[in-house]
Design a protein around this ligand. Structure first.
Ligand SMILES: [Zn+2]
Ligand SMILES: [Zn+2]
Ligand SMILES: [Zn+2]
Length: 474
């Protein structure tokens, strides 16, 4: 994220970053942005310009998103503040889930930051839930030699005293002046040689400064915005309800399959005392529920795994399963399958939830019914009792399956109506993958067509949402 007061050369800095990332030397510089863009800002009557995101791809394939916030550092009427903050927050959310680094551009020939910087910092602190202080760096422009650096470091706010500081004499701007001088033909060859050499020096210095800056930025802990945090919490809660409902469908479908086999065994006179085990699992129908926790945990989302693989995981919070490879259950990255549950790292996520088993204990202790069941098994004439019991249980399972299917429809609807932005598409994509994985499992359980249809509809709805998010992000 780039913040700069008027007249610090933000446009040519964007140009420099683009050229550096593409490995250009001064003679290969390309002007990426129309300087007319910035000229509107320098005038007194500059209109509010929207925050913009620039996407740069380096020649080694790394993509960098830079959020340019024109006018963020311009003090203006308070009435504009809210509108302005909202605009910046919206742009961040539309294009990036997190901000890694905030680079404040300042004119290094001036002794102190403008009042605008204080204002900027207060705007930023209202957009982000946590302090951004450790994500902020300064870049002082127009500093050709350390001697030209007039900035008084004591004028910085205390929390930013340790913020990295870089200085720069932008070679892109210099190269433009050089080309102009050449075109005008006013300077002799000796002066031109000297100017060319000094552009090259500035280019190398700029390269050094940006290598330092990008290394620092890569180590910064990414900061989500308030809005992102709240949307993430909502989508996480929905995902948990989906997981619960899916788990319920899988368990109930399994039971139904067992019961169906049992009744056909009964008809074929092949039912024996082993069926007593079915009785236990049918009446003591346990379900897995998720419990909100204050810490995040590494959980497995593989169908029917329900493993709380690492509670209160000590890694930084990550949305990307790949980053979880550093979790202790993967031996800090030495393994790709979990020590705890045996599933791939791809099936693991950080959630502020844990899985808990919830047993319907009351039904489990009905010894009288169990004795009747046993008697029916022993008694060749017990078929009638067994059939009644069986159809009652099937009815119960069916109604639970219908409830869970409705729950999936409801939650998919809720997910689709969240006002998500493009930065959520990876999140949603993963949620859809988990649903699809569950659906495959459910199909293997001879589940009734209504349940399958319900899940397929819900997945289709989420896929449509994903398609919209992805086309928004382009
Ligand atoms: Zn697992
Ligand atoms: Zn862990
Ligand atoms: Zn695991």
């Amino acid at each position: 994220m780039l913040v700069g007061e008027t007249g610090v050369g933000k446009t040519s800095l964007l140009s420099l970053i683009s050229n550096i990332l593409q490995g250009h030397s001064p003679s290969e510089y390309e002007t990426v942005y129309d300087p007319a863009n910035e000229s509107g800002l320098s005038g007194k009557h500059s209109q509010t310009m929207s925050a913009k995101v620039y996407k740069f791809v380096s020649n080694n394939g790394i993509t960098i998103h830079i959020l340019d916030t024109p006018g963020l550092a311009d003090t203006r009427g308070l009435a504009k503040d809210e509108e302005h903050k909202a605009n910046i927050a919206k742009t961040i959310q539309a294009h990036m889930p997190f901000v890694n680094a905030v680079l404040i551009l300042a004119n290094g020939t001036l002794p102190r930051l403008g009042v605008a910087t204080d204002y900027t910092l207060s705007v930023l602190s209202s957009i982000f839930p946590r302090s951004l202080a450790s994500n902020i760096a300064f870049m002082f422009t127009n500093v050709s030699t350390p001697l030209a650096w007039n900035f008084d470091k004591n004028s910085l706010p205390k929390v930013l005293a340790e913020a990295p500081q870089y200085s720069l004499d932008n070679p892109v701007a210099m190269q433009q002046r050089l080309l102009q001088i050449k075109r005008e033909g006013k300077a002799d060859a000796k002066i031109l040689r000297r100017l060319t050499a000094s552009v090259a020096t500035s280019h190398n210095d700029a390269l050094d400064a940006f290598v330092d800056f990008f290394n620092w930025a890569a180590d910064c802990k990414p900061q989500p915005t308030n809005e992102i945090v709240s949307l993430y919490q909502k989508s996480e809660a929905i995902e948990m309800r989906l997981h619960e409902a899916m788990s319920k469908i899988l368990r109930r479908s399994e039971l139904k399959k067992k019961l169906t086999r049992m009744i056909s065994d009964l008809e074929n006179k092949a039912l024996n005392l082993n069926a007593l085990r079915n009785y236990e699992s049918v009446v003591a129908q346990s379900i897995m529920v998720t419990q909100k926790t204050s810490d995040y945990n590494t959980l497995c989302v593989h169908p029917q795994c329900h493993s709380n693989c690492h509670e209160s995981c000590n890694l930084n919070f990550h949305l990307d399963p790949k980053a979880l490879l550093k979790c202790t259950v993967f031996d800090d990255g030495k393994k790709t399958t979990c020590n705890k549950c045996g599933h791939s790292y791809r099936d693991h996520r950080h959630f502020y939830y844990t899985w808990e088993e919830h047993k319907e204990a009351v039904r489990a202790v009905d010894e009288e019914a169990k004795a009747k069941f046993k008697q029916a098994l022993l008694d060749r004439c017990g078929g009638e009792w067994m059939r009644t019991w069986h159809s009652k249980q099937i009815k119960r399972l069916d109604s639970e399956l219908a409830d869970a299917t409705n729950e999936i429809r409801t939650q998919a609807q809720a997910y689709a109506s969240l006002s998500l932005s493009g930065s959520f598409s990876a999140q949603l994509y993963k949620a859809i993958k988990v649903l699809e994985m569950n659906l495959e499992n459910i199909k293997g359980k001879e589940t009734d067509p209504d349940t399958i249809q319900g899940i397929e509809d819900s997945i289709a709805q989420l896929k449509e949402k994903l398609r919209i998010l992805q086309s928004d992000a382009e």
